[in-house]
Ligand binder design. Structure first.
Ligand code: NAD
Ligand code: WQD
Length: 346
């Protein structure tokens, strides 16, 4: 029996492949490589010394998914595949509803048709919208403020409806806060196309000299130093949470066959604290300039982690220093990401 990891070649998916392979599970990756490079999967095999089964395909293609799930006797799915850029989702909402909502609908239909009814879904803290109280508990109201966030909420609702309709389903919804960092080998990490939207990859590219300086989006928020505060979580901790969540699915009773859990550390760090921490971790300067606030940003966002501790027996172990030094190790070894390697193989 194997586990199907959709989007397994991407940033979080590739780290999840390592964690699942290392725990002895067999993994099939299903990815259309629209935002990733197959090189990441070679690196996963290098790190683990185990081989992956790789199927190139699109989650919107239900019949191919059914064939793949039957071919590899899949017992469950970890579902990462989708689009994730908040700004782009406002410019091209149809692409987001197509990939994220219709894509997940096709995946669930394929799973139902083949009797594979165990799923872990990558949701996001963005489903909470503007925090009304902090830390954010899972009971906080769900009110996303952009199309990307709404696609995550639609999928969450679809999953809750599906689980309620048939007690054979086992569904875990994981709401990530801000995943950062890289595997300690420096072989896999985050490899954004073009200008990074997120803070950590941008800081890393400034530290390597690829970009001149960081734009800090506002220093007049009601926070310690006026800059935005977020709950950054090491990607390896995050994927270990997936392993715990997947194991939990098998233990859920049919009367309570789904859960939604935050994956964060519970600690908030400001933009300037991130800059300072990265300077310490890399021993490089990170020049910055304070500019206007970015529209749609909130002042502070961090998780209540109690439910993850109680339900999954999981907490994040790695600290901010680990997040910075592992990111630095990855970008130092791969200043152009995976592209350089795949170009040289062409
Ligand atoms: P990523 O873009 O690196 O990985 C997504 C993978 O899915 C890529 O390999 C891409 O090629 C693949 N993919 C996209 N559309 C596909 C399709 N239609 N069919 C098959 N494959 C497809 O993103 P990531 O950062 O690894 O995020 C993984 C998941 O976690 C996403 O669902 C994202 O929304 C969610 N998430 C990410 C973050 C974050 O900050 N990175 C935070 C919260 C939630
Ligand atoms: C963090 C902080 C910015 C870039 C986003 C998505 C969310 C989730 C994670 C997928 C904020 C500041 C950033 C820069 C800056 N993704 N910043 N200069 O906005 O918390 O969350 O990624 O689900 O849905 O919204 O993360 O890394 O973009 O920003 O000053 O160049 O860094 O203003 O305070 P965010 P981020």
């Amino acid at each position: 029996m194997s586990i199907l990891i959709t989007g397994g070649a991407g940033y979080i998916g590739s780290h999840c492949c390592v964690s699942f392979l290392e725990s002895g599970l067999d993994v099939v990756v299903f990815d259309n490589f629209s935002n990733s490079n197959p090189e990441s999967l070679k690196r996963v095999e290098q790190i683990t010394g185990r081989s992956l089964k790789i199927e190139q395909g699109d989650i919107r293609d239900q019949s191919t998914l059914e064939t793949v799930m039957k071919r590899h006797a899949c017992e469950g799915v970890i579902h990462f595949a989708g689009l994730k850029a908040v700004g782009e989702s406002s410019q091209d909402p149809l692409a987001y509803y197509d990939n994220n909502v219709i894509g997940t609908h096709r995946l669930l239909s394929a799973m139902d048709a083949t009797g594979v009814r165990k799923l872990i879904f990558s949701s996001s803290a963005t489903v909470y919208g503007e925090p009304k109280s902090l830390p954010l508990t899972e009971e906080h109201s769900l009110n996303p403020v952009n199309p990307y966030g709404r696609t995550k909420l639609f999928v969450e609702d679809m999953l809750r409806d599906l689980a309620a309709s048939n007690s054979e389903w086992r569904v875990g919804i994981l709401r990530y806060f801000n995943p950062v960092g890289a595997h300690s080998s420096g072989l896999i990490g985050e490899d954004p196309l073009g200008v990074p939207n997120n803070l950590m990859p941008f800081i890393a590219q400034v530290a390597t000299g690829r970009r001149e300086r960081l734009n800090v989006f506002g220093d007049d928020y009601p926070t310690r130093d006026g800059t935005g505060v977020r709950d950054y979580i090491h990607v390896v901790d995050l994927v270990e949470g997936h392993l715990q969540a997947y194991e939990k699915l098998a233990k859920l009773p049919s009367s309570s066959n789904s859960f939604s859990v935050n994956l964060g550390t519970g600690n908030g760090y400001s933009v300037l604290e991130m800059v300072k921490a990265f300077e310490r971790g890399s021993n490089q300067p990170v020049p910055y300039e304070v500019v206007e606030r970015r529209s749609g940003d909130v002042a502070e966002c961090y998780a209540d982690t109690q439910k993850a501790e109680e339900l999954l027996a999981w907490t994040a172990d790695r600290n901010l220093g680990d997040m910075c030094s592992d990111t630095w190790h990855w970008v130092r070894k791969n200043p152009l990401g995976y592209a350089a390697e795949s170009d040289s193989n062409d």
